[in-house]
Design a protein around this ligand. Sequence first.
Ligand SMILES: [Fe+2]
Ligand SMILES: [Fe+2]
Length: 223
Amino acid sequence: MKISSSTSILLTEPGTKHQRASHWVAKGDEAEHLLHNGDDINMTAAITKEPITRPSIDSNILQLLHKDHQKVAELFFQYTNLESDKDKQECVAEIIKELTIHAQVEEEIVYPAVRDDVEDSEDMMDEADTEHHMVKLLMAELAEMKPSDDHFDSKVTVLCELVKHHVQEEEKEMFEEIRDSNADLKELAVEVLARKAELMEALPTARKAPIKTSSRGRGRKSK
Ligand SMILES: [Fe+2]
Ligand SMILES: [Fe+2]
C-alpha cells in the first residue's frame, strides 16, 4: 500500500470514494488561531529520538494533538482509495494503533489537565470520555475482523464519522478552553511525547513501524 505524504486534510469518508468530502480538522488561519501560534513540529521525529527522555520541543500540547488528528484523518482518507483486502487490513491496523495511543495519552494526561484547569469542564469531558468509549468499541470489533467480512467497510465509515465528530469538538471547544486556562501547554506536550514514546516502545515489533508512509509520560501529575 502506498500512503502518501500529503498533508491535505480534505477528507472523503470511507466507503464513499469521492463523495462527501469534508473538512475534518482545522486548517490555515483557523488552525493557527486554535493552536495559539507556534512553530510547526515533527512529532514522528520527536517521539522516535533516543534516548527516550524529555524531548526538546518548541511545541505545545494543542499542536501535538492537532498533528495526531491530521495523521488519522489522512489515514482514513487513504482508506477510501484502497482496493485490496491486505491494504485495507494494514490501513485499519494503523488507524487503530494511532487512535489507541492518542486516546490513551489524552485520557492519562490531557483530559485530567482540562478537568483540573478548566472551570465547569465536567460535561464536556464526560462527553469526550464517552466518545472515546464508542470509538474503542468499534476498534475492538474491527481488530477482530477481516476486510472481506460483512460490514467491515461500514464500520470503518462509522468509526471515521465518530472520530471526525470527536476531533471537531476537541479542536473547537476543548482547545479554546485549555488555551485560555492556566494549564502549562508546553509541559503537557513534554509529558505526552514521553508517554507516547513509552507506548510505542511497548508495541509488538510488527506493529511499531508505520506502514509505507513518509508522513507519516506517564500519568498526569496531580496538582
Ligand atoms: Fe479525544
Ligand atoms: Fe484528540
